[in-house]
Design a protein around this ligand. Structure first.
Ligand SMILES: Cc1cc2nc3c(=O)[nH]c(=O)nc-3n(C[C@H](O)[C@H](O)[C@H](O)COP(=O)(O)OP(=O)(O)OC[C@H]3O[C@@H](n4cnc5c(N)ncnc54)[C@H](O)[C@@H]3O)c2cc1C
Length: 421
Protein backbone atom coordinates (compact mmCIF):
# COMPACT_ATOMS: atom_id res chain seq x y z
CA UNK A 1 0.00 0.00 0.00
CA UNK A 2 1.29 3.47 -0.71
CA UNK A 3 0.58 6.72 1.03
CA UNK A 4 -2.65 7.40 -0.81
CA UNK A 5 -4.28 4.01 -1.22
CA UNK A 6 -5.58 3.51 2.31
CA UNK A 7 -9.12 4.33 3.20
CA UNK A 8 -10.00 6.60 6.05
CA UNK A 9 -13.03 8.53 7.11
CA UNK A 10 -11.94 12.01 6.04
CA UNK A 11 -10.51 11.34 2.60
CA UNK A 12 -9.51 14.93 1.85
CA UNK A 13 -6.87 15.85 4.42
CA UNK A 14 -4.32 13.47 5.89
CA UNK A 15 -5.40 12.65 9.41
CA UNK A 16 -3.43 14.23 12.19
CA UNK A 17 -1.90 12.58 15.21
CA UNK A 18 0.04 13.87 18.18
CA UNK A 19 2.50 11.39 19.70
CA UNK A 20 3.91 12.08 23.17
CA UNK A 21 7.44 10.68 23.57
CA UNK A 22 10.40 10.56 21.17
CA UNK A 23 12.35 7.52 22.34
CA UNK A 24 11.59 4.27 20.51
CA UNK A 25 7.84 3.67 20.32
CA UNK A 26 7.00 7.29 19.36
CA UNK A 27 9.39 7.75 16.41
CA UNK A 28 8.64 4.18 15.19
CA UNK A 29 4.93 4.97 15.01
CA UNK A 30 5.74 8.34 13.42
CA UNK A 31 7.75 6.57 10.73
CA UNK A 32 4.92 4.20 9.83
CA UNK A 33 2.15 6.81 9.94
CA UNK A 34 4.14 9.31 7.85
CA UNK A 35 4.50 6.60 5.23
CA UNK A 36 0.72 6.19 5.23
CA UNK A 37 0.39 9.91 4.57
CA UNK A 38 -0.62 11.04 8.04
CA UNK A 39 0.26 14.41 9.45
CA UNK A 40 2.40 13.53 12.49
CA UNK A 41 3.60 15.68 15.39
CA UNK A 42 5.80 14.28 18.18
CA UNK A 43 6.17 16.14 21.47
CA UNK A 44 9.15 15.24 23.68
CA UNK A 45 9.77 16.60 27.15
CA UNK A 46 13.57 16.48 26.84
CA UNK A 47 15.13 19.51 25.14
CA UNK A 48 16.66 17.29 22.43
CA UNK A 49 16.62 13.65 21.42
CA UNK A 50 17.86 11.71 24.43
CA UNK A 51 21.14 9.93 23.72
CA UNK A 52 22.51 7.03 25.73
CA UNK A 53 20.67 4.44 27.72
CA UNK A 54 21.22 0.75 27.89
CA UNK A 55 21.69 -1.73 25.08
CA UNK A 56 18.46 -3.23 23.71
CA UNK A 57 18.13 -6.29 21.54
CA UNK A 58 16.01 -8.01 18.95
CA UNK A 59 15.32 -11.67 18.42
CA UNK A 60 13.00 -13.81 16.33
CA UNK A 61 10.90 -13.46 13.19
CA UNK A 62 8.38 -10.86 14.38
CA UNK A 63 11.10 -8.34 15.32
CA UNK A 64 12.99 -9.03 12.10
CA UNK A 65 9.90 -8.71 9.88
CA UNK A 66 8.89 -5.39 11.40
CA UNK A 67 12.40 -3.94 11.25
CA UNK A 68 12.61 -4.98 7.60
CA UNK A 69 9.19 -3.55 6.77
CA UNK A 70 10.18 -0.31 8.47
CA UNK A 71 13.33 -0.32 6.32
CA UNK A 72 15.75 -0.01 9.26
CA UNK A 73 17.11 -3.57 9.45
CA UNK A 74 20.42 -2.79 7.71
CA UNK A 75 21.08 0.37 9.66
CA UNK A 76 20.47 -1.42 12.95
CA UNK A 77 23.03 -4.04 11.94
CA UNK A 78 25.52 -1.35 10.97
CA UNK A 79 25.14 0.14 14.47
CA UNK A 80 25.00 -3.08 16.50
CA UNK A 81 27.14 -3.49 19.60
CA UNK A 82 28.75 -6.88 18.79
CA UNK A 83 28.70 -7.52 22.52
CA UNK A 84 30.47 -10.72 23.60
CA UNK A 85 29.72 -13.05 26.50
CA UNK A 86 29.15 -11.92 30.08
CA UNK A 87 30.77 -13.53 33.13
CA UNK A 88 29.63 -13.83 36.70
CA UNK A 89 32.51 -13.67 39.17
CA UNK A 90 33.02 -14.24 42.90
CA UNK A 91 34.38 -11.70 45.38
CA UNK A 92 37.95 -12.45 44.21
CA UNK A 93 37.00 -11.83 40.60
CA UNK A 94 37.20 -15.52 39.70
CA UNK A 95 34.76 -16.43 36.95
CA UNK A 96 31.97 -18.76 38.12
CA UNK A 97 30.01 -18.92 34.91
CA UNK A 98 30.00 -17.23 31.52
CA UNK A 99 26.87 -16.62 29.50
CA UNK A 100 27.07 -16.78 25.72
CA UNK A 101 26.31 -13.51 23.99
CA UNK A 102 22.93 -14.58 22.48
CA UNK A 103 21.43 -15.09 25.96
CA UNK A 104 21.90 -11.47 27.08
CA UNK A 105 22.20 -9.68 23.72
CA UNK A 106 19.76 -11.47 21.40
CA UNK A 107 20.38 -11.74 17.66
CA UNK A 108 21.24 -8.09 17.21
CA UNK A 109 21.84 -5.55 19.93
CA UNK A 110 21.98 -1.76 19.70
CA UNK A 111 22.03 1.12 22.15
CA UNK A 112 18.58 2.56 22.76
CA UNK A 113 20.02 5.99 21.93
CA UNK A 114 21.31 4.81 18.53
CA UNK A 115 17.99 3.19 17.68
CA UNK A 116 16.15 6.35 18.66
CA UNK A 117 18.52 8.43 16.48
CA UNK A 118 18.00 6.14 13.46
CA UNK A 119 14.22 6.45 13.78
CA UNK A 120 14.44 10.20 14.32
CA UNK A 121 16.74 10.76 11.34
CA UNK A 122 14.38 8.74 9.14
CA UNK A 123 11.40 10.86 10.15
CA UNK A 124 12.57 14.37 10.96
CA UNK A 125 11.90 15.77 7.44
CA UNK A 126 8.34 14.47 7.40
CA UNK A 127 7.33 14.64 11.02
CA UNK A 128 7.07 17.71 13.22
CA UNK A 129 9.10 17.32 16.43
CA UNK A 130 8.44 19.60 19.39
CA UNK A 131 11.30 19.18 21.85
CA UNK A 132 11.29 20.62 25.35
CA UNK A 133 7.53 20.58 25.62
CA UNK A 134 4.84 18.46 27.23
CA UNK A 135 1.07 18.04 27.13
CA UNK A 136 -0.75 19.66 30.06
CA UNK A 137 -4.38 18.92 29.14
CA UNK A 138 -6.38 16.83 26.68
CA UNK A 139 -9.92 17.88 25.90
CA UNK A 140 -11.68 15.32 23.77
CA UNK A 141 -14.39 16.76 21.54
CA UNK A 142 -16.73 15.14 19.01
CA UNK A 143 -14.26 15.19 16.10
CA UNK A 144 -10.86 15.84 17.62
CA UNK A 145 -8.82 16.39 20.77
CA UNK A 146 -7.86 19.87 21.85
CA UNK A 147 -4.36 19.71 23.30
CA UNK A 148 -2.83 22.23 25.66
CA UNK A 149 0.97 22.29 25.99
CA UNK A 150 3.40 23.64 28.54
CA UNK A 151 4.98 25.92 25.94
CA UNK A 152 3.38 25.62 22.47
CA UNK A 153 0.01 27.18 21.68
CA UNK A 154 -3.05 24.90 22.02
CA UNK A 155 -3.84 22.82 18.93
CA UNK A 156 -6.27 20.14 17.91
CA UNK A 157 -5.44 16.68 16.56
CA UNK A 158 -7.60 13.81 15.34
CA UNK A 159 -5.85 11.39 17.68
CA UNK A 160 -3.30 11.40 20.51
CA UNK A 161 -0.84 8.59 21.29
CA UNK A 162 0.94 8.18 24.61
CA UNK A 163 4.38 6.73 23.83
CA UNK A 164 5.93 8.43 26.82
CA UNK A 165 7.21 5.46 28.76
CA UNK A 166 6.61 3.70 32.05
CA UNK A 167 5.65 6.94 33.81
CA UNK A 168 3.49 8.14 30.92
CA UNK A 169 2.10 11.64 31.09
CA UNK A 170 -0.71 10.86 28.63
CA UNK A 171 -1.75 7.81 30.67
CA UNK A 172 -1.98 9.93 33.79
CA UNK A 173 -4.04 12.63 32.05
CA UNK A 174 -6.49 10.20 30.47
CA UNK A 175 -6.61 7.10 32.68
CA UNK A 176 -5.57 8.55 36.05
CA UNK A 177 -2.83 8.12 38.63
CA UNK A 178 -0.08 5.63 37.73
CA UNK A 179 -0.32 3.78 41.05
CA UNK A 180 -3.43 2.05 39.65
CA UNK A 181 -1.42 0.49 36.84
CA UNK A 182 2.19 0.16 37.98
CA UNK A 183 3.02 -3.18 39.60
CA UNK A 184 6.26 -3.12 41.59
CA UNK A 185 8.39 -6.22 41.02
CA UNK A 186 10.49 -6.14 44.17
CA UNK A 187 13.69 -4.77 42.63
CA UNK A 188 15.35 -1.53 41.57
CA UNK A 189 17.80 -0.95 38.76
CA UNK A 190 20.39 1.75 38.21
CA UNK A 191 22.61 2.37 35.20
CA UNK A 192 25.47 4.89 34.97
CA UNK A 193 28.87 5.33 33.36
CA UNK A 194 32.21 4.54 34.96
CA UNK A 195 35.85 4.49 33.88
CA UNK A 196 36.65 1.14 32.26
CA UNK A 197 39.24 0.29 34.91
CA UNK A 198 38.82 -3.46 34.28
CA UNK A 199 39.89 -2.99 30.65
CA UNK A 200 36.78 -4.75 29.36
CA UNK A 201 36.41 -5.13 25.62
CA UNK A 202 32.85 -5.93 24.50
CA UNK A 203 32.30 -8.00 27.60
CA UNK A 204 30.81 -7.68 31.06
CA UNK A 205 31.47 -8.90 34.58
CA UNK A 206 28.76 -9.35 37.13
CA UNK A 207 29.17 -9.77 40.87
CA UNK A 208 26.49 -10.79 43.35
CA UNK A 209 26.02 -10.44 47.06
CA UNK A 210 22.64 -11.64 48.40
CA UNK A 211 19.96 -9.41 46.90
CA UNK A 212 22.53 -7.20 45.17
CA UNK A 213 23.99 -7.36 41.67
CA UNK A 214 26.53 -5.08 40.09
CA UNK A 215 28.15 -5.26 36.68
CA UNK A 216 30.70 -3.40 34.64
CA UNK A 217 30.14 -3.72 30.90
CA UNK A 218 31.84 -2.41 27.80
CA UNK A 219 29.67 -2.67 24.68
CA UNK A 220 32.13 -1.19 22.21
CA UNK A 221 33.05 2.38 21.38
CA UNK A 222 35.29 4.42 23.69
CA UNK A 223 37.53 1.88 25.48
CA UNK A 224 38.02 4.17 28.48
CA UNK A 225 34.37 4.01 29.58
CA UNK A 226 32.16 1.21 30.82
CA UNK A 227 28.57 1.02 31.99
CA UNK A 228 27.67 0.01 35.52
CA UNK A 229 24.36 -1.71 36.20
CA UNK A 230 23.09 -2.27 39.72
CA UNK A 231 20.05 -4.41 40.49
CA UNK A 232 18.90 -4.89 44.08
CA UNK A 233 15.94 -6.35 45.92
CA UNK A 234 13.69 -4.23 48.07
CA UNK A 235 10.69 -5.70 49.93
CA UNK A 236 8.58 -2.54 49.67
CA UNK A 237 8.39 0.20 47.12
CA UNK A 238 10.72 3.05 48.10
CA UNK A 239 9.40 6.55 48.37
CA UNK A 240 11.74 9.02 46.65
CA UNK A 241 11.74 11.88 44.18
CA UNK A 242 12.06 10.47 40.66
CA UNK A 243 13.90 13.58 39.47
CA UNK A 244 16.41 13.89 42.31
CA UNK A 245 19.67 12.25 41.16
CA UNK A 246 21.43 13.09 44.45
CA UNK A 247 18.76 11.10 46.31
CA UNK A 248 19.15 8.13 43.92
CA UNK A 249 22.90 8.18 44.52
CA UNK A 250 22.37 8.18 48.26
CA UNK A 251 19.93 5.24 48.10
CA UNK A 252 22.38 3.24 45.98
CA UNK A 253 25.40 4.09 48.13
CA UNK A 254 23.53 2.89 51.25
CA UNK A 255 22.57 -0.40 49.66
CA UNK A 256 26.00 -1.20 48.24
CA UNK A 257 28.09 0.04 51.19
CA UNK A 258 30.63 -2.48 52.51
CA UNK A 259 30.39 -4.92 49.58
CA UNK A 260 33.50 -6.47 48.10
CA UNK A 261 34.86 -7.10 44.60
CA UNK A 262 34.94 -3.88 42.55
CA UNK A 263 31.89 -2.38 44.25
CA UNK A 264 33.90 0.48 45.87
CA UNK A 265 35.04 1.49 42.37
CA UNK A 266 31.43 1.44 41.19
CA UNK A 267 30.44 3.66 44.12
CA UNK A 268 33.28 6.06 43.35
CA UNK A 269 32.04 6.36 39.76
CA UNK A 270 28.48 6.78 41.02
CA UNK A 271 29.54 9.81 43.03
CA UNK A 272 30.94 11.47 39.89
CA UNK A 273 28.25 10.28 37.45
CA UNK A 274 26.35 13.06 35.70
CA UNK A 275 23.37 10.98 34.65
CA UNK A 276 22.03 8.06 36.64
CA UNK A 277 19.13 5.99 35.38
CA UNK A 278 17.24 4.81 38.46
CA UNK A 279 13.87 3.13 38.55
CA UNK A 280 11.92 0.20 39.95
CA UNK A 281 11.60 -3.02 38.03
CA UNK A 282 7.91 -2.73 37.37
CA UNK A 283 5.18 -3.53 34.92
CA UNK A 284 2.22 -1.60 33.61
CA UNK A 285 -1.00 -3.58 33.71
CA UNK A 286 -4.03 -2.06 32.03
CA UNK A 287 -7.36 -3.48 31.01
CA UNK A 288 -7.54 -1.25 27.96
CA UNK A 289 -4.92 0.58 25.97
CA UNK A 290 -7.24 3.23 24.55
CA UNK A 291 -9.96 5.60 25.62
CA UNK A 292 -11.84 7.72 23.12
CA UNK A 293 -9.34 9.27 20.73
CA UNK A 294 -6.31 8.50 22.90
CA UNK A 295 -4.24 5.31 22.78
CA UNK A 296 -1.14 4.05 24.60
CA UNK A 297 1.87 2.49 22.88
CA UNK A 298 5.01 0.76 24.19
CA UNK A 299 6.09 1.04 27.82
CA UNK A 300 3.25 3.52 28.54
CA UNK A 301 0.66 0.78 27.96
CA UNK A 302 2.42 -2.48 28.77
CA UNK A 303 5.99 -1.71 29.89
CA UNK A 304 8.04 -4.33 31.70
CA UNK A 305 11.46 -2.67 32.30
CA UNK A 306 14.22 -5.33 32.06
CA UNK A 307 13.92 -8.67 30.36
CA UNK A 308 10.60 -8.20 28.54
CA UNK A 309 12.03 -7.42 25.12
CA UNK A 310 10.27 -4.07 25.49
CA UNK A 311 11.98 -2.49 22.51
CA UNK A 312 11.02 -5.23 20.06
CA UNK A 313 7.55 -5.18 21.58
CA UNK A 314 7.27 -1.40 21.14
CA UNK A 315 8.37 -1.58 17.50
CA UNK A 316 6.05 -4.46 16.62
CA UNK A 317 3.13 -2.70 18.33
CA UNK A 318 3.92 0.60 16.56
CA UNK A 319 3.76 -1.27 13.27
CA UNK A 320 0.42 -2.87 14.21
CA UNK A 321 -1.14 0.38 15.49
CA UNK A 322 -0.13 2.26 12.33
CA UNK A 323 -1.36 -0.58 10.13
CA UNK A 324 -4.73 -0.75 11.89
CA UNK A 325 -5.13 3.03 11.68
CA UNK A 326 -4.30 2.99 7.99
CA UNK A 327 -6.63 0.15 7.08
CA UNK A 328 -9.65 0.48 9.39
CA UNK A 329 -12.59 2.74 8.71
CA UNK A 330 -12.26 4.77 11.92
CA UNK A 331 -10.15 5.08 15.04
CA UNK A 332 -12.52 3.02 17.18
CA UNK A 333 -12.19 0.02 14.89
CA UNK A 334 -8.43 0.64 14.59
CA UNK A 335 -7.89 0.80 18.36
CA UNK A 336 -10.01 -2.32 18.85
CA UNK A 337 -7.98 -4.09 16.15
CA UNK A 338 -4.71 -2.95 17.74
CA UNK A 339 -5.71 -4.21 21.19
CA UNK A 340 -6.92 -7.54 19.80
CA UNK A 341 -3.70 -8.08 17.82
CA UNK A 342 -1.21 -7.22 20.55
CA UNK A 343 -2.72 -7.98 23.96
CA UNK A 344 -1.58 -11.61 24.27
CA UNK A 345 1.77 -10.76 22.72
CA UNK A 346 2.43 -7.96 25.21
CA UNK A 347 1.32 -10.18 28.13
CA UNK A 348 3.73 -12.93 27.08
CA UNK A 349 6.67 -10.50 26.97
CA UNK A 350 5.75 -9.17 30.40
CA UNK A 351 5.69 -12.72 31.73
CA UNK A 352 9.29 -13.32 30.63
CA UNK A 353 10.33 -10.05 32.32
CA UNK A 354 8.97 -11.14 35.69
CA UNK A 355 11.96 -13.46 36.16
CA UNK A 356 14.65 -10.85 35.44
CA UNK A 357 15.09 -9.40 38.94
CA UNK A 358 15.38 -12.68 40.90
CA UNK A 359 17.70 -14.10 38.22
CA UNK A 360 20.07 -11.13 38.29
CA UNK A 361 19.99 -10.51 42.04
CA UNK A 362 19.15 -13.77 43.87
CA UNK A 363 18.29 -13.10 47.52
CA UNK A 364 20.61 -15.63 49.24
CA UNK A 365 24.07 -17.18 48.71
CA UNK A 366 22.36 -20.52 48.08
CA UNK A 367 20.18 -18.99 45.40
CA UNK A 368 23.18 -17.27 43.80
CA UNK A 369 24.87 -20.69 43.52
CA UNK A 370 21.65 -22.18 42.10
CA UNK A 371 21.38 -19.39 39.56
CA UNK A 372 25.00 -19.98 38.52
CA UNK A 373 24.27 -23.68 38.05
CA UNK A 374 21.32 -22.81 35.81
CA UNK A 375 23.45 -20.36 33.82
CA UNK A 376 26.19 -22.99 33.48
CA UNK A 377 23.66 -25.28 31.85
CA UNK A 378 22.92 -22.61 29.27
CA UNK A 379 26.38 -23.30 27.91
CA UNK A 380 25.18 -26.72 26.84
CA UNK A 381 23.82 -26.55 23.34
CA UNK A 382 20.73 -28.59 24.22
CA UNK A 383 19.68 -26.42 27.17
CA UNK A 384 20.52 -23.17 25.45
CA UNK A 385 18.26 -24.20 22.59
CA UNK A 386 15.44 -24.76 25.10
CA UNK A 387 16.08 -21.34 26.62
CA UNK A 388 16.15 -19.81 23.16
CA UNK A 389 12.88 -21.49 22.25
CA UNK A 390 11.24 -20.10 25.41
CA UNK A 391 12.31 -16.50 24.79
CA UNK A 392 11.59 -16.81 21.08
CA UNK A 393 8.16 -18.13 21.91
CA UNK A 394 7.33 -14.84 23.64
CA UNK A 395 9.10 -12.73 20.99
CA UNK A 396 7.27 -14.48 18.14
CA UNK A 397 3.87 -14.81 19.75
CA UNK A 398 2.08 -12.66 17.20
CA UNK A 399 0.82 -13.32 13.70
CA UNK A 400 1.77 -10.18 11.86
CA UNK A 401 -0.63 -8.90 9.25
CA UNK A 402 0.88 -7.42 6.15
CA UNK A 403 -0.52 -3.90 6.23
CA UNK A 404 1.31 -3.03 3.03
CA UNK A 405 3.62 -0.37 4.37
CA UNK A 406 6.29 0.70 1.88
CA UNK A 407 9.69 -0.38 3.20
CA UNK A 408 11.93 2.39 1.95
CA UNK A 409 11.63 6.05 1.11
CA UNK A 410 8.36 6.95 -0.57
CA UNK A 411 7.40 8.96 2.45
CA UNK A 412 4.50 11.25 1.95
CA UNK A 413 5.52 14.61 3.29
CA UNK A 414 2.64 15.58 5.47
CA UNK A 415 3.63 19.22 5.72
CA UNK A 416 4.31 20.15 2.11
CA UNK A 417 1.95 17.55 0.66
CA UNK A 418 4.81 16.36 -1.53
CA UNK A 419 5.77 12.72 -1.90
CA UNK A 420 9.47 12.05 -1.68
CA UNK A 421 11.09 9.25 -3.63
C1 LIG B 1 17.21 -0.98 32.88
C2 LIG B 1 16.44 -1.34 31.66
C3 LIG B 1 16.98 -2.25 30.77
C4 LIG B 1 16.28 -2.58 29.62
N1 LIG B 1 16.83 -3.48 28.79
C5 LIG B 1 16.17 -3.82 27.68
C6 LIG B 1 16.71 -4.79 26.80
O1 LIG B 1 17.79 -5.34 27.02
N2 LIG B 1 16.00 -5.12 25.69
C7 LIG B 1 14.83 -4.52 25.39
O2 LIG B 1 14.25 -4.83 24.36
N3 LIG B 1 14.29 -3.60 26.20
C8 LIG B 1 14.92 -3.25 27.35
N4 LIG B 1 14.36 -2.34 28.18
C9 LIG B 1 13.04 -1.74 27.85
C10 LIG B 1 13.13 -0.68 26.79
O3 LIG B 1 14.03 0.34 27.15
C11 LIG B 1 11.76 -0.06 26.51
O4 LIG B 1 10.79 -1.06 26.57
C12 LIG B 1 11.75 0.56 25.12
O5 LIG B 1 12.74 1.55 25.06
C13 LIG B 1 10.37 1.16 24.69
O6 LIG B 1 10.27 2.39 25.24
P1 LIG B 1 9.20 3.51 24.89
O7 LIG B 1 9.58 4.26 23.65
O8 LIG B 1 7.84 2.93 24.99
O9 LIG B 1 9.43 4.43 26.19
P2 LIG B 1 10.74 5.13 26.69
O10 LIG B 1 11.97 4.62 26.04
O11 LIG B 1 10.68 5.15 28.18
O12 LIG B 1 10.53 6.61 26.14
C14 LIG B 1 9.59 7.50 26.63
C15 LIG B 1 9.90 8.87 26.07
O13 LIG B 1 8.88 9.77 26.49
C16 LIG B 1 9.48 10.94 26.96
N5 LIG B 1 8.57 11.57 27.90
C17 LIG B 1 8.39 11.30 29.21
N6 LIG B 1 7.47 12.13 29.72
C18 LIG B 1 7.07 12.94 28.73
C19 LIG B 1 6.16 14.03 28.65
N7 LIG B 1 5.50 14.47 29.72
N8 LIG B 1 6.00 14.65 27.47
C20 LIG B 1 6.68 14.27 26.37
N9 LIG B 1 7.59 13.26 26.40
C21 LIG B 1 7.77 12.60 27.56
C22 LIG B 1 10.78 10.49 27.58
O14 LIG B 1 11.71 11.56 27.69
C23 LIG B 1 11.23 9.43 26.57
O15 LIG B 1 11.94 10.00 25.50
C24 LIG B 1 15.02 -1.98 29.35
C25 LIG B 1 14.48 -1.06 30.24
C26 LIG B 1 15.16 -0.75 31.39
C27 LIG B 1 14.55 0.22 32.32
Amino acid sequence: MNATSHSHSSAAAPRSVLISGASVAGPALALCLARYGWSVTVVEKAPRLRAGGFAVDFRGDAHRTVLQRMGIWDEIHQNQTHMGGQSFVDADGVEQVRLPSEVMSGEVEIFRGDLSRILYERTRDDVEYLFGDSITALDERADDVLVTFERSAPRSFDLVVGADGLHSNVRRLVFGDEAQFLRFHGHYVAVFEAPNHLGLDRSARWYNAPGRAVSFAHYGGDPSWSQVTMVFTEPEELSYDRYDTAEHKRLLAERYAGLGWEVPKALEALEDAGEVYFDALAQIQMERFSKGRVVLLGDAGYGATMGGMGTGLALVCAYVLAGELATQSDHRAAFAGYEAEIRAFAKGCQKTAAGAGPMLAPPTEKKIRGRNRTYRMLNSRFLSSIFERLTLKAANNIKLKDYGISTEGAVHNAFSGATQG
